[in-house]
Every structure is written in structure tokens, then in C-alpha cells.
Design a protein around this ligand. Structure first.
Ligand SMILES: Nc1nc2c(c(=O)[nH]1)N[C@H]1C(S)=C(S)[C@@H](COP(=O)(O)OP(=O)(O)OC[C@H]3O[C@@H](n4cnc5c(=O)[nH]c(N)nc54)[C@H](O)[C@@H]3O)O[C@H]1N2
Ligand SMILES: Nc1nc2c(c(=O)[nH]1)N[C@H]1C(S)=C(S)[C@@H](COP(=O)(O)OP(=O)(O)OC[C@H]3O[C@@H](n4cnc5c(=O)[nH]c(N)nc54)[C@H](O)[C@@H]3O)O[C@H]1N2
Ligand code: SF4
Ligand SMILES: [Mo]
Length: 578
């Protein structure tokens, strides 16, 4: 048996892992480059759920599966919701969708993650084909725009270490401190920066005219739209100077540039427009279809792969599902009570659901309210395969370790399919059907075949083959005196798995004492947290990391304008002493 597998977590890097002497080690070559991150380095330190429970009482796995069958049999199919997150990012997680969809239950659509940005990309380019890591490696200048690689994609760091780095982030992140230029932008104003950069590029005669003529002939109209922005007032408002704009243009002109975006820019109702304006700056520079150039975001990890599972079903949004419309909710690989926006709404709604089933690895807010808890097997004790949203590798994840604890997603689905007479093929069949979409590289690793490493070589995927620019945009109203909530990813947790943050971080000039407890409030709710000072923040920002208990009391369950995507930074907040 091979000892090669891959990290299962929802992370850009999708590292290749070697399981040796009961330890997880990184593969030396390839993008993993010999190191993992704290999550996998300390993977065995986090206590997993060892035994199924029903109404607080430990039961055997057979009893749990019997109970599950009983619950499903006693619920109208239309009253069952299957809510699946990405606690494990590997592809066999979807096998339970196959059961629930075939059974007639409701599944979810929408996203808590990257959907607004993706919608903007698709509106402009006609598709979301990502600039992979292998191309970022060839660039000369990297603009990290709302991405925090030290926390969320550390394997990018060695790849970009000798390049010119520009960071656009309201926080002086670790990479911002060593970058060639850091624009500590006011949150939710990237649209203006992107449009002004494009305007000045044109004024400075620095656009790629040939590219625009061929692939983006409406550029002139877009330039006119950018002229609607008042330069001085806007720059003052977003805390960027004309000098900064000039520096960026000087640094990128004539260079191979990778604009590497993260989800930070698009946690707003107009997130799609922001991403589309950044893409437009890339277009003006002629960054598409060329080696070492492009705009990277979260690509579709499943593009060019057809799922063998049946998933046609009625769907409700992951962002604002009303659990109380269902009698039975089966939650897999997710912690919606902490990670969905507007937690108070979610808690209230789920309290009226009769049967809450939690299928996961760890205890959390969701297991706390579940009636039936079914422990999953860890990635080491089941067979799987995974892809990434930042590179094109497909990694095989054969079982490394027998374990009596938990059940795999395949075995659970098999049990249910047998119980309710639904067809399910063998596990090998499904694994092979994913593997068919991969081809072997010279270095023996596998990549998804048919994925272009340099997409948009022959134009964009819109009907006209041209890039479609924004034709209008919404002016953001920032006239109130409230603070911006910044809720990015923590270095110590992976969403709500592992070591979660507990604090609110504030600039010391806001006058709240370090160690004191404050109440942070928004229109949806409030949370009390202990203050820590952090002068890498702007003094109009409140930093509460994702997965800090209570953070989503503050966030809106509205969708972004252009997609069913969460908008975790839309609500402004106020602070008061407790
Ligand atoms: N350690 C760790 N790694 C993770 C995760 C984790 O929880 N922990 N989660 C994984 C998942 S699910 C995802 S989606 C990715 C996301 O990873 P990233 O794309 O890096 O996203 P975030 O950490 O949410 O935000 C990135 C940066 O955006 C900045 N930002 C916030 N608001 C704005 C703004 O208005 N404008 C600009 N320009 N910047 C802004 C934040 O300050 C932050 O530094 O990470 C994955 N990797
Ligand atoms: N405030 C705020 N909220 C956010 C975000 C933010 O930036 N700020 N980010 C959002 C984003 S980008 C995302 S992607 C979501 C993520 O939110 P979720 O998808 O809910 O992810 P987690 O909170 O990590 O919950 C994953 C659960 O999966 C379970 N699990 C792990 N491995 C397995 C397995 O192999 N099998 C099974 N059955 N279960 C497993 C674990 O028990 C874990 O508790 O959160 C969103 N919420
Ligand atoms: S969480 Fe990300 S960086 Fe850490 S080991 Fe997994 S894939 Fe690699
Ligand atoms: Mo995410």
C-alpha cells in the first residue's frame, strides 16, 4: 500500500502528505515543498468524537444507523434537508448527496465562501478558469489583493519570495510588513481603487492596447465609467494617495503580473462588482492568456470533472436556509451554528427542527444541538481523492490506517441506499470515475486533464469572446460613523476546526483597554468579547477572526447581489464597554 495521501482540508494548497511511522509528513517535491501547516502538524492533538450518541446517550454504530433509518422513514421526504459543508474537501463526501437526492430530500446550493467573487469573474470572462500556482511561479510582480498567505495559503510564500510584492489589505498582515508596497485600504473600497488604477493606466498610456482591441473592445466605455469617480475626494475617502497609484502603475508596467485575490475583497453585497473591477484592471494590463500573467482567485476545484453522483434535487441556500421548514436536518462536514451568517437566526430556526443529525469529526456548536451524532472517519481511515481551487493537481488518498471509530461517507451512504433500495455502485467505481479525469505528469504526480494552465489564450468565454466590463456600479454609502467588521481566517483554525480564536482585536487608539470585555453590536445581534490591541489594524476596523464564537451574531444572512453568496462584512458594527 502506498503511504502517499493528501490533506483533506478546505485550503488553497491541497498538500500532498506522506503517512510514515504514525506521522504526517509533507512531500518534499511538488508545491508542498517539504512542509505542512499547523493544522496537519498537530492533527492528532484534536479530540474527535469517538462514539455515536442519541439524545445524549452513547450508542453503538449499528444502533445509530438503525436510528437514522427510523428517523428518515418517519419523515416525509420533502421534509428532509441534507446540509453539507466542506470540513473535508475530498470528492467522496458527495456520495451522501447521491443518497439524499435519489431519496427525494432537499439539498443546498449557494456558498458561504467565494460565490460573489466568482459571479463577478463569470460576468466578465464568461467562465471561472483560474491562474494556477504553476503560472504564479513564473510571474515577476504579485499583487496580493485581499489574501493573507501566511494564514491561508502558506505554500504560496516560497513561490513568491523573490518577486516584487504589492499588498492591498486593510490589515498590515505579515506579508504586508515585508512587501515592496502595502496599500492599507479602507475596507469595502477596492472597487474604487481598481477603477482608478485602470483610469490612470489609460491616462499614462500604459494599457495593453493590442490586447484591448482584440479582446475587450468596449474598454473606452469602461474608461468613461471610471471618469465618473471624483479623484481627490475618492482617494481621500479610501486612504490611497495619487503617489500610491503612480507607484503601483510603475511597478506593474511591462512586467509579468499575477493579481492574486482572496475572499477578503468580496464579503459584501457588491462583491461581484469588486472582483469584476479588479479583473478589468488585469484586462487593461493585458494579463490574460499569457505566461506568468493573470488574475488568480478561488478556481472551481471540480472544473473539467463530471461527478458520478446523482445530485438533482430541490435546493435551499446554504446562506439562509430555514431549518424549521424541515422536520429532519442531516448536517455533514459543517458547523452551520457557528459558520453560517446571522447565528441568532440559525439557532432559533434549528431549535424548531425535530430531528437534527450531525455527521462530523469534532464537537462544536452544531453537535451541541444535535439529537443524533454520528462520528465520521478521518481522512486517514477512508479512501478518497481530491483536487484544489488553486492548482491543478489531483491527489489520491488511499486509506492509511484501520480504525474502529466512525464511519466513512461511502459506508454510510451504502447503508442508507441498501435500506431504502437506491442504487449505489462500488466505492472503487466512484474513485475510478474521478481518477479518469487525471493524467500523469513527468514527475509522477497527477493533474486534472483538459485544464488549461494559461486560460483565455483565444479570448474570453463570453458570447462575443470579449471581456464584458461593468456598465454601472453602486456607490457605497459610508456616511455613518460605525466601524468595519473584518472577519478573515485565523492561522490557528481551519474554519471552525482546531484552535479557534476568542478575542476582538482593536487599534489601541479606539480607547478600549486590552483585557477588558466589550460588546460589539450590529443590526443582527451582538457578542461580548475580550479586547486585544493590534496596531496593525486601521482605527475604523474591528477584527474578529472567522470561527470566533459569536462572530456571526453580527453578520447578515442576505445574499450578495449577483450570487447566492454570504456577505460576512456587510454589516457595520459599534462597540461599547460592558
Ligand atoms: N489557516 C486557515 N487557512 C484557511 C482557512 C482557515 O480558516 N484558516 N480557510 C480556508 C477557506 S474556507 C478559505 S475560503 C480561504 C480564504 O483565505 P483568504 O482568501 O486569504 O481569505 P480571508 O482570510 O478571509 O481574507 C484575506 C484578507 O482579506 C483582507 N480583507 C478583508 N476585507 C477586505 C477588503 O475590504 N479589501 C481588501 N483589499 N482586503 C480585505 C483581510 O484583512 C485578510 O488579510 O482560506 C482557506 N485556508
Ligand atoms: N464570520 C465568518 N464566517 C465565515 C467565514 C468568514 O470568513 N467569516 N468563512 C466562511 C467560509 S469561506 C467557509 S468555507 C465556511 C466554512 O464553514 P463549514 O463548512 O461549516 O466548516 P467548518 O466550520 O470547518 O466545519 C466543518 C466540520 O466538518 C467536520 N468534518 C471534518 N472532516 C470531516 C469528514 O471527513 N467527514 C465528515 N462527515 N465531517 C468532517 C468537522 O467536524 C467540522 O466541525 O465558513 C464561512 N463562515
Ligand atoms: S491545511 Fe492547507 S497548508 Fe495545511 S496541510 Fe492542509 S492543504 Fe497544506
Ligand atoms: Mo471558504
Amino acid at each position: 500500500m502506498t503511504n502517499k495521501t493528501a490533506c483533506p482540508l478546505d485550503c488553497y494548497d491541497a498538500c500532498e502528505v506522506i503517512y510514515e511511522d504514525d506521522k504526517l509528513k509533507a512531500k518534499k517535491n511538488g508545491h508542498t515543498q517539504g512542509f505542512l501547516c499547523p493544522h496537519l502538524n498537530h492533527y492528532d492533538k484534536y479530540e474527535t468524537i469517538k462514539s455515536p450518541r442519541y439524545n445524549g446517550v452513547e450508542i453503538s454504530m449499528d444502533e445509530a444507523l438503525g436510528k437514522l433509518k427510523e428517523i428518515l422513514s418517519s419523515t416525509y421526504k420533502s421534509e428532509i434537508l441534507h446540509y453539507r459543508g466542506h470540513g473535508n474537501f475530498a470528492l467522496m463526501q458527495e456520495v451522501t448527496d447521491h443518497f439524499f437526492a435519489s431519496f427525494g430530500s432537499t439539498l443546498t446550493d449557494g456558498t458561504l465562501c467565494d460565490g460573489a467573487g466568482e459571479a463577478g469573474i463569470i460576468e466578465g470572462r464568461g467562465s471561472n478558469k483560474n491562474m494556477p500556482l504553476s503560472e504564479i511561479r513564473k510571474s515577476e510582480v504579485v499583487i496580493l489583493w485581499g489574501r493573507n498567505p501566511h494564514a491561508t495559503s502558506s505554500h504560496l510564500l516560497p513561490i513568491i519570495k523573490d518577486k516584487t510584492i504589492i499588498v492591498i489589505d486593510p490589515i498590515k498582515t505579515q506579508i504586508a510588513k515585508t512587501a515592496d508596497l502595502h496599500i492599507q485600504i479602507k475596507p469595502h473600497t477596492d472597487l474604487y481603487l481598481a477603477m482608478l488604477l485602470t483610469r490612470f493606466l489609460y491616462i499614462n498610456d500604459a494599457c495593453d492596447e493590442e490586447f484591448l482591441e482584440k479582446h475587450a473592445s468596449d474598454f473606452k466605455e469602461y474608461y468613461e465609467l471610471t471618469q465618473g469617480i471624483r479623484i481627490k475626494a475618492t482617494l481621500d475617502e479610501i486612504n490611497v494617495t495619487l503617489g500610491d497609484i503612480g507607484k503601483i502603475i510603475e511597478m506593474v508596467q511591462g512586467k509579468k503580473v499575477a493579481i492574486v485575490c482572496g475572499v477578503g475583497i468580496q464579503k459584501y453585497s457588491d462583491g461581484a462588482e469588486v472582483m469584476r473591477a479588479i479583473d478589468a484592471f488585469g484586462v487593461a494590463l493585458g494579463l490574460f492568456g499569457k505566461e506568468g500573467c493573470g488574475v488568480a482567485y478561488l478556481g472551481n476545484s471540480k472544473s473539467d470533472i463530471t461527478s458520478p453522483f446523482y445530485t438533482k434535487a430541490k435546493k435551499v441556500s446554504k446562506v439562509n436556509a430555514s431549518f424549521d421548514e424541515f422536520k429532519t436536518v442531516f448536517i455533514q462536514g459543517a458547523n452551520p451554528l457557528a459558520q453560517m451568517p446571522n447565528s441568532l437566526r440559525v439557532k432559533d430556526s434549528i431549535s424548531r427542527t425535530q430531528n437534527v443529525i450531525y455527521f462530523g469529526l469534532y464537537e462544536n456548536e452544531t453537535s451541541e444541538v444535535a439529537n443524533l451524532i454520528i462520528p465520521a472517519k478521518t481522512f486517514l481511515s477512508k479512501n478518497d481523492v481530491r483536487t484544489s481551487y488553486s492548482h491543478d493537481a489531483m491527489a489520491f488518498m488511499p486509506k492509511q490506517l484501520e480504525s474502529a471509530v466512525g464511519i466513512s461517507e461511502y459506508d454510510l451512504a451504502k447503508h442508507l441506499c441498501e435500506a431504502f433500495d437506491i442504487e449505489l455502485k462500488t466505492q472503487e467505481y466512484y474513485l475510478e470515475s474521478f481518477k479518469r479525469f487525471a493524467i500523469k505528469n513527468e514527475d509522477e504526480t497527477f493533474v486534472v486533464k483538459d485544464r488549461e494552465t494559461i486560460p483565455y489564450k483565444d479570448g474570453f468565454d463570453t458570447q462575443t469572446k470579449e471581456f464584458l466590463f461593468l456598465e454601472e456600479f453602486e456607490k457605497i454609502d459610508s456616511t455613518d460613523n460605525k466601524l468595519h467588521l473584518i472577519t478573515p481566517k485565523s492561522q490557528t483554525s481551519l474554519n471552525s476546526q482546531f484552535a479557534r480564536e476568542q478575542f476582538v482585536y482593536l487599534h489601541s487608539s479606539l480607547g478600549f483597554e486590552s483585557g477588558s470585555t466589550v460588546k460589539i453590536s450590529s443590526i443582527t445581534g451582538s457578542v461580548n468579547l475580550v479586547v486585544k490591541h493590534n496596531n496593525d489594524l486601521r482605527n475604523d476596523c474591528v477584527l474578529i477572526y472567522s470561527a470566533t464564537p459569536g462572530v456571526n451574531n453580527l453578520t447578515s444572512s442576505k445574499h450578495s447581489n449577483d450570487a447566492k453568496s454570504a456577505i460576512f462584512q456587510e454589516n457595520r458594527v459599534e462597540i461599547s464597554a460592558c
